[in-house]
Every structure is written in structure tokens, then in C-alpha cells.
Design a protein around this ligand. Structure first.
Ligand code: KIV
Length: 270
């Protein structure tokens, strides 16, 4: 059992300390009170109320149909089950298209119980990030594969494989940090790019399909439990070997991330 569990609430400074100590923290998606309680008890530092709920709960083939009402409802549910994790909530597709809309929607998620919001994009979300940061709303900038842009990207493909695109993502990461992002999240980028970005910014970097060198790892809860219809390369089913059902699977995930045995090179893109 890992000994890092604490009884105090996880805050942005807790996460920043992990980065400074060179230690890993753990994140998982959560959508309801019951799972939120199990995840938080197991020592998950960050629970994401992700718009992936559109796919794993609602059965859509993308996150685009998810609404602000959906996000508010699930954030309220997770807040009720949370013990001490930091709650990050997604601003769904087209909910941050104008300044007024961004501020109203981010405020609604914070009122529902989120401690920070996540939005997807590159340079084009720099002004939005600055706007939110100035109004006291912590921001996680989701980069690399951004599922809300799946139609423009042309599928759920790895991003930053060629030098030009990798260079662009690196520059955008630095711009978003300078614009006030407190955390960066990299989805489906080569291991070497995630490592370079993690080393070149001061804020924590969360990875999914981004290799072992980011400050933290995140997975979709249904993937960790092996109940998602699709299993991308970066996914590992932790329930299969658990001797204590779902709580055991979550604890195994925490141990594997903190002990650096997950992700292995089989879960990464090079
Ligand atoms: O919505 C979500 O679950 C996410 C994760 C895949 C990072 O954004």
C-alpha cells in the first residue's frame, strides 16, 4: 500500500509540490457520488468530471453532445461523494466560445462544486485561459489530442508525431502556462514530446497516452475497470488482477502510477 495518502484536502499547491518533488500524482474520471467516494478514499488526488461521460455514460460516439446541464449535474454528484480530492470539471464543446459564455459556464461549474475547469485547445485558448485566471478560476489546458475537435482532426489520432507539429505543441504549452494555466493535460502525444514539455514548464503536466514522464497520469474510470467498449493502446484494466474488487483496482492503479510501473512502453506512442 502506498503511504502518500493524507487526510487533508488536495489543492493546487499540493499538486505543485508533487511537481517540485519530482513525485507522481494520480487522476481518474468520476461521474457520480458512489465512485467519487471510492476513488477519493483510494488516494486519487484529482477527479475529473470529464465530458467523456458523453461516451461512457450516455453512449454517444464523441463528447460533442454533452451539455452544460450534464456537466453541472455530474459535478454536483461527484462533489457529494468526494472526501478530499481536487475536482476538475470539463467545459464541454462550444461552452467557451465567447467571453461572457466562458465566464458564466465556468462559474456554474465552480458553483456546482468544481475546484478548477478544463478546456481544450492550443494557442486559441490563451486569451480564455487568461480571462479565467484573472477572475480567480484555475484552469487546466487540455492539449494534443483534443476530443472536442475530433471532426477537424479526422479521428482519435496521436498528435505531435512530426517535428513541426511537435514544435507547435511545445510552444503552445509554454504560451498557455504564461497565460495562467495551472495545469497542462497532454493526450495521445509521443513520449519524447511529453517529456520535453513536462521539463520545460513549471506547472504540473497530466498525461494520458503520453508516456511515463509526465507529473501525473489520468485514465477514464471505465477503462481502468475494463468496461469500456473500445480499448485504446494506452489503457490498462486494473480490475482483472484485483483481489478487492473495484477499491482494489483503484488502489492498484495508484500504486502503479506512483511506483512508476504504469504506463509501460506498451501503453505509449513513440
Ligand atoms: O473527458 C475526459 O475524460 C478527458 C480525459 C480523457 C482526459 O478529458
Amino acid at each position: 500500500m502506498y503511504t502518500h495518502k493524507t487526510n487533508s484536502n488536495v489543492t493546487l499547491s499540493t499538486l505543485q509540490d508533487f511537481k517540485e518533488r519530482g513525485e507522481k500524482f494520480t487522476c481518474l474520471t468520476a461521474y457520480d457520488a458512489c465512485f467519487a467516494s471510492i476513488l477519493s478514499e483510494a488516494g486519487i488526488e484529482v477527479m475529473l468530471i470529464g465530458d467523456s461521460l458523453g461516451m461512457v455514460l450516455q453512449g454517444h460516439d464523441s463528447t460533442l453532445p454533452v451539455t452544460m446541464d450534464d456537466m453541472i449535474y455530474h459535478t454536483q454528484c461527484v462533489k457529494r461523494g468526494n472526501k478530499r480530492s481536487l475536482l476538475m470539471a470539463d467545459l464541454p464543446f462550444m461552452s467557451y466560445a465567447s467571453e461572457t459564455q466562458t465566464l458564466e459556464n465556468a462559474a456554474a461549474l465552480m458553483r456546482a462544486g468544481a475546484h478548477m475547469v478544463k478546456l481544450e485547445g492550443g494557442a486559441w485558448i490563451a486569451n480564455t485561459t487568461k480571462l479565467l485566471a484573472e477572475r480567480g478560476i484555475p484552469v487546466c489546458a487540455h492539449m494534443g489530442l483534443t476530443p472536442q475537435s475530433v471532426n477537424r482532426i479526422g479521428g482519435f489520432h496521436v498528435q505531435g508525431r512530426d517535428t513541426t507539429q511537435a514544435q507547435q505543441i511545445l510552444q503552445e504549452a509554454q504560451l498557455l502556462e504564461d497565460s495562467g494555466a495551472n495545469i497542462l493535460l497532454l493526450e495521445c502525444v509521443p513520449t519524447s514530446l511529453a517529456k520535453t514539455i513536462t521539463e520545460s514548464v513549471n506547472v504540473p503536466v497530466i498525461g494520458i497516452g503520453a508516456g511515463p514522464d509526465t507529473t501525473a497520469q489520468i485514465m477514464v474510470l471505465h477503462d481502468v475497470l475494463g468496461i469500456s467498449p473500445i480499448t485504446p493502446r494506452f489503457v490498462k484494466n486494473f480490475l482483472i488482477e484485483s483481489k478487492n474488487g473495484i477499491p482494489g483496482a483503484i488502489e492498484a492503479y495508484v500504486e502503479a502510477v506512483k511506483g512508476k510501473s504504469f504506463p509501460t512502453k506498451d501503453h505509449c506512442f513513440n
